[in-house]
Design a protein around this ligand. Structure first.
Ligand SMILES: Nc1ncnc2c1ncn2[C@@H]1O[C@H](COP(=O)(O)OP(=O)(O)OP(=O)(O)O)[C@@H](O)[C@H]1O
Length: 133
């Protein structure tokens, strides 16, 4: 923390933390292709939720899964950057750190696909039945 930070009040630091979080989000969104893909899929899921008028519980489950995937992608990016800061040479521990962080995103994305299928496939099938009948 620099001397400027020390002189600020709690509320100013609280507001600044939002600004820093926003900066981090936009930086990851601008520079990380996977983050752009996850956000695009989240927007499509939200549109599908509106289109199919999903229930309150389904919205809550989707919000949890989308926030898990997006948050873990941000943490994965932060870990990648930290590892790159420590070493730009090949190191087995660097590989382990990056691979483990990437697998956290993979697990969240995998289960969010299952949740999305459980919520939307019956609704899409029902819509399809109505269209063909
Ligand atoms: N310093 C390193 N030492 C050993 N292996 C590394 C190192 N840096 C990267 N790797 C390996 O290469 C893989 C890709 O790393 P990289 O930093 O390019 O991330 P990425 O998977 O391309 O992620 P993104 O596309 O989100 O940037 C890692 O998962 C790891 O297995």
């Amino acid at each position: 923390m620099d001397s400027k930070d020390c002189s600020r009040t709690g509320i100013q630091r609280f507001i600044s933390s939002f600004k820093y979080a926003g900066n981090g989000f936009w930086l990851a969104l601008r520079t990380e292709r996977n983050m752009q893909i996850h956000l695009l899929i989240s927007l499509i899921v939200v549109l599908a939720g509106i289109l199919f008028s999903i229930s309150k519980i389904e919205w809550l489950v989707l919000c949890l899964t989308m926030s898990a995937v997006l948050s873990l992608e941000l943490v994965n990016t932060a870990i990648e950057k930290t590892v790159d800061l420590v070493t730009d040479e090949y190191h087995p521990i660097a590989k382990q750190a990056k691979d483990i962080a990437a697998s956290a995103v993979f697990i969240a994305a995998f289960f969010s696909i299952i949740i999305g299928c459980v919520i939307f496939i019956p609704k899409a099938a029902h819509l399809f039945q109505m269209v063909i009948n």
